[in-house]
Design a protein around this ligand. Structure first.
Ligand code: HEM
Length: 505
């Protein structure tokens, strides 16, 4: 068969086209790079470059190595994203690829290993539990259902401070705020048990505090580094003991639920989980350990974070008398002095909202967002392989001087319309300059609950009391990567309005 000139032209075209495609792809491959990394030491990795204030030391490294860098601490390797644009790619543009999390704590001491919700990979189990949280605990109508619990516990807090005022006694506000958040959460999730008396909620609190204290005492080297499998000071053992105590207590609560089956009270989250556990045809097969760990996760994720944020807000207000005065004036104008601030007042208290936002920006208790990449993708022009662990440094983003004027100062006015540019930022994670509750599929599920609690408790405390002596507290950040305070907030409450005679509504 003769070859016609048209065929030559066609073959030449195919040749040129394939060559072009080859070059495009091979040049892409060549430009496929790994993110930069500081010089690492053998075994220790970058351990020597990091201080106990991890978000801050990672922020300093990012200034030299860029918004996406590789870090290793002992056997843990991860990328760190430190600016808004990189965070947006990970948390929004590639949200599905980064919808799993990796464990970044002393998880090797967890006696319920594999049963976690907060660290669960993106899949059927996580989706089921998230749906349960949103439909039964933390979405609009469900949140409203629990308003009486929040009111009741806030009133208990204010009454206990009034008692200190009457007796002239000091008050450990840190503990009282933690009791507040713990009791609210226990009553919301296990209302049948924890509403009858405070005993079980109190015991749960004690165990979780103990657990957090042991976890916090573990050094970086024991969590990530060369001492990971040597429990040098016995804190790992103590942590496991606290977990076993939690196991015994929660097992007892579960048994009480099982014995009380058929009682007419309204279904709570524990009932729903136990129904799913018993049902052979349920959408997922839950294990008993998963149920236990779910409650543990809610308590660990929600109690100390909300309490620490309120402690920081109070300290900042006491350090800034002008801000405190302005807040009191706003509350006085909008609410008056015959009734207590309540949840429906919050939309009319923009300065209180600004105080809460500014506290969460400056002292965020969840400053490192953890993600695990599910499939290969590209971020900032770098190839990211499936299985890569990433930390988004929300601390660095919320302290970025390019976004925030005087980023280390407490200036609630920046969130007030008309004062500065930043006022439009909301708490829902849609603005990647402001990420106190993270963003995307794995964002905080308790954000709405936490902010309601913060507004009403801070509002009530400021309305009813002057808090004297707190200025003597040595204000330091606790070690580790959480944003909690190192020392308890002890003060003398001096009554301004008696909460026990104020109207609640
Ligand atoms: C001021 C209080 C709180 C702050 C600042 C906070 C912050 C955060 C942050 C930054 C994350 C990670 C988000 C991400 O990776 O994108 C998170 C996750 C989470 N938070 Fe909160 N949180 C607070 C209160 C609560 C409360 C009250 C609860 C529930 C009782 C809660 C439950 C959770 C859970 C379950 C997750 C994991 C969600 C998942 O992995 O799917 N948090 N929180």
């Amino acid at each position: 068969m003769a070859v016609e000139s048209g065929d030559y032209i066609f073959l030449l075209f195919i040749f040129l086209f394939s060559t072009l495609i080859f070059f495009i792809f091979s040049s892409k491959k060549k430009s496929a790079r790994s993110p930069p990394s500081p010089l690492a030491l053998p075994i220790l990795g970058h351990f020597h470059l990091l201080s106990s204030a991890l978000p801050k030391s990672l922020e300093a490294l990012a200034r030299r190595y860029g918004p996406l860098m590789q870090i290793s601490i002992g056997s843990s390797r991860f990328l760190v994203a430190s600016d808004t644009s990189t965070a947006q790619q990970i948390l929004r543009d590639h949200d599905v690829e980064f919808a799993s999390k990796f464990a970044f704590g002393p998880s090797h001491h967890n006696i319920f290993k594999g049963a976690e919700f907060v660290n669960a990979p993106y899949g059927t189990y996580w989706k089921f539990m998230k749906r349960l949280c949103m439909t039964k605990l933390f979405a609009g109508p469900q949140l409203n259902r629990f308003s009486h619990i929040r009111e009741d516990e806030t009133m208990k807090l204010l009454r206990s401070l009034w008692k200190c005022h009457q007796l002239g006694e000091p008050c450990d506000l840190s503990t009282k705020l933690t009791v507040l958040t713990n009791n609210m959460q226990c009553r919301m999730a296990m209302s049948k048990r924890c509403s009858r008396s405070d005993d079980q909620a109190h015991e749960i609190r004690e165990i979780i505090s103990n657990m957090m204290a042991c976890g916090g005492r573990l050094s970086f080297a024991e969590v990530h580094g060369p001492l990971k499998h040597i429990d040098l000071f016995g804190n790992g053992k103590r942590l496991r003991t606290a977990l076993r105590r939690f196991d015994v207590l929660i097992e007892q609560i579960i048994k009480e639920y099982e014995d009380d089956r058929g009682e007419s009270e309204e279904e709570d989250v524990m009932d729903i989980l136990l129904e799913t556990y018993r049902d052979p045809n349920a959408e997922i097969r839950l294990t008993r350990d998963q149920i236990k760990h779910f409650f543990l996760d809610l308590l660990i994720a929600g109690v100390d974070t909300t309490s620490a944020s309120m402690q920081w807000a109070i300290i900042e207000l006491l350090k800034h008398p002008h801000t405190l005065r302005k807040l009191r004036e706003e509350i006085h104008t909008a609410v008056g002095s015959t009734r207590l601030v309540n949840e429906s007042d919050v939309p009319n208290l923009p300065y209180l909202q600004a105080v809460v936002k500014e506290t969460l920006r400056l002292h965020n208790p969840g400053p490192m967002l953890r993600r695990k990449c599910n499939s290969d993708c590209e971020i900032n022009g770098y190839d990211i392989k499936a299985g890569t662990n990433i930390l988004v440094n929300a601390y660095a983003i919320m302290h970025d001087p390019g976004t925030w004027e005087d980023p280390d100062e407490f200036v609630p006015e920046r969130f007030m319309a008309g004062d500065r540019d930043d006022h439009h930022m909301e708490l829902k994670g849609q603005d990647f300059h402001f990420l106190p509750f993270g963003s995307g599929r794995r964002a905080c599920i308790g954000a709405a609950h936490a902010t309601i609690v913060m507004h009403t408790a801070i509002g009530g405390l400021i309305q009813c009391f002057d808090l004297k002596g707190a200025e003597k507290v040595d204000i330091k950040l606790a070690t580790g990567y959480s944003g909690a305070m190192a020392n308890p907030l002890v003060c003398y409450p001096i009554g301004r309005l008696n909460p026990t005679i104020l109207h609640v509504k």
